[in-house]
Write a protein that binds this ligand. Structure first.
Ligand code: GUN
Length: 295
């Protein structure tokens, strides 16, 4: 049986749970979680993501602090803003939409966000915690896209233990944390990337294949074992004509769908899960703040 993994539906369920949790926080503590969203410049895709994140946050009752900055601001100005937000007790999560313009040192910016307000889970302390913490640590700030992928896999109710998982892509945002999460589930994990020899053969052995390469429809049926579970992280805009584009994943859906036992679509797969997990991280940060203040 072939299953389409409905990310939109799973994300909505998570958002409904968060909304109730946030209502409870509001009633008990007379405050709501706050999320600062920073966009520098006007990359079209970033504007779309930021708008979607902001809208979803407001829907669950998170207060949004919106900063849309010109791309000619200096690194110091951005760091000063982050420092101010680090010290603002109304702000529980800080997100800097990536990529930043080339003039910025991205890692220095990410490092400057307080690790307790790290809504993306990109701070070195949280990256380290992800690699050494036990499974199911509820307070961890985990990168949103890979955690969303894991929630989708869990939704299938299959035993992940011992499964051969292959992650295509080695980015800090998706590939590496995805591998850590799958390892925690006791999968046998391989990361393949642009320099991997025999990449197709390695992928063809995967029980679970996570594609995060950023190349439209790159993974075709020859890369996929019959019955594999395929998670497509790619969100690529393909121009149809001067005015129109369509969104496609990293996986050639129409072909791979026939071989896979379960597959996530694009759109409506990983994208909504990433957003829901961002809201989850912000709520976790708020709850951690409240528990620290009560000690
Ligand atoms: N750019 C692409 N994905 C992400 C993400 O998950 N978080 C941020 N901040 N920027 C991104």
């Amino acid at each position: 049986m072939n299953r389409i993994i409905d990310g939109k539906k799973i994300a909505q369920r998570l958002k409904d749970t968060l909304k109730i949790e946030i209502e409870n926080i509001k009633e008990k503590f007379k405050l709501v979680p706050g999320l600062a969203v920073i966009q520098v410049g006007n990359v079209a895709a970033s504007s779309v993501y930021v708008k979607a994140k902001t809208k979803a946050a407001k829907e669950v009752g998170i207060r949004v602090f919106d900063y849309h900055l010109e791309d000619n601001i200096s690194q110091k100005e951005l760091l000063d803003l982050i420092n101010k937000l680090n010290n603002n007790s109304d702000v529980d999560g800080i997100l800097v939409q990536l990529p930043l313009p080339k003039s910025f040192n991205e890692q220095e910016v990410l490092d400057s966000i307080s690790s307790t307000k790290d809504a993306d889970g990109f701070h070195p302390i949280n990256v380290g915690k992800l690699s050494i913490s036990p499974k199911n640590d509820e307070n961890l700030l985990i990168p949103c896209t890979p955690y969303g992928c894991l929630l989708m896999l869990r939704e299938l109710n299959i035993d992940l233990v011992g499964k051969n998982a292959v992650v295509i892509g080695r980015s800090n945002i998706v590939g590496k944390p995805m591998a850590q999460l799958l390892l925690k589930e006791s999968c046998t994990v391989t990361i393949v990337h642009s320099k991997t020899v025999n990449i197709k053969n390695i992928c063809r052995n995967a029980d679970i294949l996570v594609a995060a390469i950023g190349k439209p429809e790159f993974v075709n049926q020859d890369w996929v074992k019959e019955g594999a579970i395929v998670i497509d992280v790619g969100i690529n805009r393909v121009q149809l004509n001067e005015d129109n584009y369509k969104l496609v994943g990293d996986v050639l859906y129409d072909e791979v769908e026939k071989r896979a036992s379960a597959i996530s679509p694009v759109p409506g797969g990983v994208g909504p899960m990433t957003i829901a997990c961002l809201l989850r991280n912000t709520t976790i940060s708020c709850k951690t703040k409240l528990s620290v203040n009560r000690k």
